[in-house]
Structures are given as C-alpha cells and as structure tokens.
Design a protein around this ligand. Structure first.
Ligand code: UD1
Ligand code: UDP
Length: 359
C-alpha cells in the first residue's frame, strides 16, 4: 500500500519526521511511503535545514509553489497534488497541522475519494480571523482519521459531530522530535553563537496580526523595546514581516539581537537556556511546555490550551508584555506538568492506527 505525506511549511517537518519513521518500522516492506514538499516554504533556513537535522528522507516531489495570496498558494498546491494523486493513487494521504498546504491537500484527497488522515486534528482557537482556524475546520471536516494531540481536541471534534471511531488521541509527534534531539540542544553553543552573557529572552513572531504592516507592527516594536530594557532579547526573525518590523525601528534597540531563522537544533538550544520566551508560534508554545521554559504568547487566544493548564504558557497583550517579562524573570522556575501522551511515542501510535487501517 502507498502512504503519501504532505509537508510544505516549517512546522510540518518536525511533525512528519516521527510518523514517517514509525510507519517505516511498523509497515516494513508492506507499506511504501512518499514524501511531498509543496514548496510553501523554500528558504534554506525555513526548509532544507530541517531535512538535514531531523533525518527526514529527501522529498520525492517538490511542487515548488512558493509564496502568494491565500487563494493563489492554496490553488497551486491543489493543482500539483491533483496530478500527483491521480498518477499515484495513494491508499491514504497524511496531512499535518494547519497551514495552507494542509487544507489544499485535504480538499484534493476528499474530491478524489482518497482516505485522509489529519495529524494534529481538533485544535481550535475559535478565532475566525486566523487563517489557520479556517484551515483546521475544513481539514477536520474532510478527514477520515483524526489524530489528536490532546483531550480538548478530542472534545471539540465530538462536539462537531465527528464519529468517535474516527478520533484517536495519540499524543504529540512534535514532542517525539523534541525528545529525540534533546541531547543536541546545546545551550553553551547557543550562547557562544549569539555572544550572550547573563540572562536572555528568545522571541519568535510571525502572525499577521502582530507583524503585518500598520499600527500593529509599530505597537509590537514598542513593546519589544520595553522588554529589551529589562533583558537582552534574541529574535530569530521569520521572513514574514521582516521588512515591516525593520522599518518600524525594531533593530534600533541595542538589546534586541535580530538574526535569520535558526536551524531546529540551534533554535531549541537557544530556547532551552532562555529565561523567558516571547512568541506567537503554535509549536513553540508546546516545546517550551516540555522544556519547562516560561512562555509568553502574544495572542488573545490559543488553540493549545494544555500549554497553559499543564505547561509554562501564558497569553499576554502587547501592553502587558514588559510587566510579564519582569514577572517571569523574578519567578522561580516552578513546577510544570507535561501533558498526557507527550511522551515521545506519538509517532508509533499514529503508525499503528494508519498501518492497521490502510496497509
Ligand atoms: C505559514 C502558515 C502559518 C505558520 C507559518 C510557520 C499559512 C496560512 N500560514 O505562515 O500557519 O505558522 O507558516 O512558519 O499557511 N517567505 C520567505 N521565505 C520562505 C517562506 C516565506 O521569504 O521560505 C515570506 C514570503 O514573503 C511570504 C511570507 O513569508 O509571502 C509568508 O509566507 P507564507 O508561507 O504565505 O505564510 P507564513 O506567514 O510563513
Ligand atoms: N523553529 C526553528 N527555528 C526558528 C524558529 C522556530 O527551528 O528560528 C521551529 C520551532 O522550534 C518549531 C517550529 O519551528 O519546531 C515551529 O514553526 P513556526 O513557529 O514557524 O510555526 P507554527 O508552529 O506557529 O505554525
């Protein structure tokens, strides 16, 4: 049988790696796997570095869709995948997370009546202004197998009328990848690379609501400067919004150390040694939860509430960020719990479901 995995954007890669590996182990010669890269992300630091560091196989196909409006990007992925699926006739298509490549693949698989499995199903921010929320709702509605990282996700799917036998609570494959590479996250190397002495914060920001042009970007820069008055802030900057934030004066504060996006191992080495993380990333909320690093999420909501109830995450407004940085710096690294099944075995659980159903 043939399993086709669809990836395309940075957060897809650490989710897909343990699933592909586990299916190869469990499926043996019975199951063929193909890895598609849509080309949604294409910079070496947004894509290739993950393939090298995470031991992912080379993609069998790169659709090379690149950047564009939502419609243009989603449509380009759909056209590319339709051709591919018609040729290859997969027994199951596996999609990851909530990016445009995810929803595009879901639409194509559903219309060709190819079984669809969604890894990270059921997460809900209930915020329709987020493009990712639209992608999650559509993808889950079309999926035959819904693989969930947390109990809240299972409950959302139940409330939406998804049949219970389609829903599987399997844990978090992104955390499989984190735990598998923990020994490589080298805080001393990160300090040396960024010439850091003493305490530091790490920031990652790329949500349209924070970084796209206009008053939001201005307000973001002002609050980051106020945070940098208290502690040096290393900011590996996502390409989205780089120009806007630079124009809004981000680079002017000497306590803000802007760099290019980092490789996975280098980034998490930096995060592991940080006193506090400031982010609007989905995955980083989860990774800081497991590493026990305080996380301040610059968003009004999160689709990952276990990072608050169990982990180290806290939602903050731009206005309150400087005060919250002060609180995080003054606090003891208190106790935190790792959410259930975030134990490094999500990949094998997902493989069991998929090989059982489709091999
Ligand atoms: C996408 C996802 C978002 C995810 C993020 C992870 C959607 C709708 N959004 O957002 O959910 O959190 O990836 O990083 O799918 N660019 C480059 N080089 C690249 C890729 C992008 O310069 O390799 C720039 C381009 O100017 C592009 C912009 O970043 O227009 C946005 O890229 P895009 O993939 O459309 O969305 P992201 O903001 O990266
Ligand atoms: N990440 C990375 N280098 C960076 C910033 C993030 O390797 O400079 C990793 C991060 O550790 C996580 C993934 O990228 O594994 C998260 O992707 P991103 O924040 O782009 O997307 P989101 O999770 O918000 O969809």
């Amino acid at each position: 049988s043939l399993v086709v995995h669809i990836t395309g954007a940075r957060p897809n890669f650490p989710k897909a790696a343990p699933v592909i590996d586990a299916i190869a182990r469990l499926g043996g010669g019975e199951v063929r796997q193909r890895l598609v890269h849509t080309g949604q992300h294409y910079d070496e630091k947004m894509s290739d570095v993950f393939f090298r560091q995470l031991g992912l196989p080379e993609p069998d196909v790169n659709l090379g869709v690149g950047s564009g409006t939502h419609a243009a990007q989603t449509a380009a992925v759909m056209v590319g995948l339709e051709n591919l699926f018609l040729e290859e006739r997969p027994d199951v298509v596996v999609v990851y997370g909530d990016v445009n490549s995810t929803v595009a693949a879901a639409l194509v698989a559903a219309k060709l009546q190819i079984p669809l499995a969604h890894v990270e199903a059921g997460l809900r921010s209930f915020d329709p202004t987020m493009p990712e929320e639209v992608n999650r709702l559509v993808t889950d509605r079309l999926s035959d197998v819904l693989l969930c990282t947390s109990a809240d996700a299972v409950a959302h799917l139940g409330n939406e009328g998804v049949a219970p036998e389609r829903i599987h609570l399997v844990g978090n494959p992104m955390i499989d990848t984190l735990l598998a590479h923990l020994d490589a996250f080298d805080v001393d190397a990160a300090r040396a690379a960024h010439q850091l002495e003493g305490r530091y914060a790490v920031a990652t920001l790329h949500r349209p609501a924070n970084v796209d042009a206009g008053p939001d970007a201005q307000a973001l820069v002002a609050t980051l400067h106020a945070a940098a008055d208290q502690v040096q802030v290393v900011l590996p900057l996502h390409p989205r919004g780089r120009a806007t934030l630079e124009e809004a004066g981000l680079f002017k504060h000497p306590g803000i150390l802007v760099c290019d996006p980092l490789g996975y191992v280098e980034f998490l080495g930096l995060v592991r040694g940080a006193d506090v993380v400031i982010t609007d990333s989905g995955g980083v909320q989860e990774e800081t939860t497991v590493l026990g690093v305080p996380c301040l999420t610059l968003r009004p909501n999160t689709e990952r509430p276990v990072t608050i109830t169990h982990g180290t995450n806290r939602l903050v407004t731009r206005e309150d960020l400087p005060r919250q940085v002060g609180i995080a710096l003054a606090a003891d690294r208190s106790t935190h719990k790792v959410p259930p099944l975030w134990d490094g075995q999500a990949g094998p659980r997902i493989a069991e479901v998929l090989v059982g159903a489709y091999a």
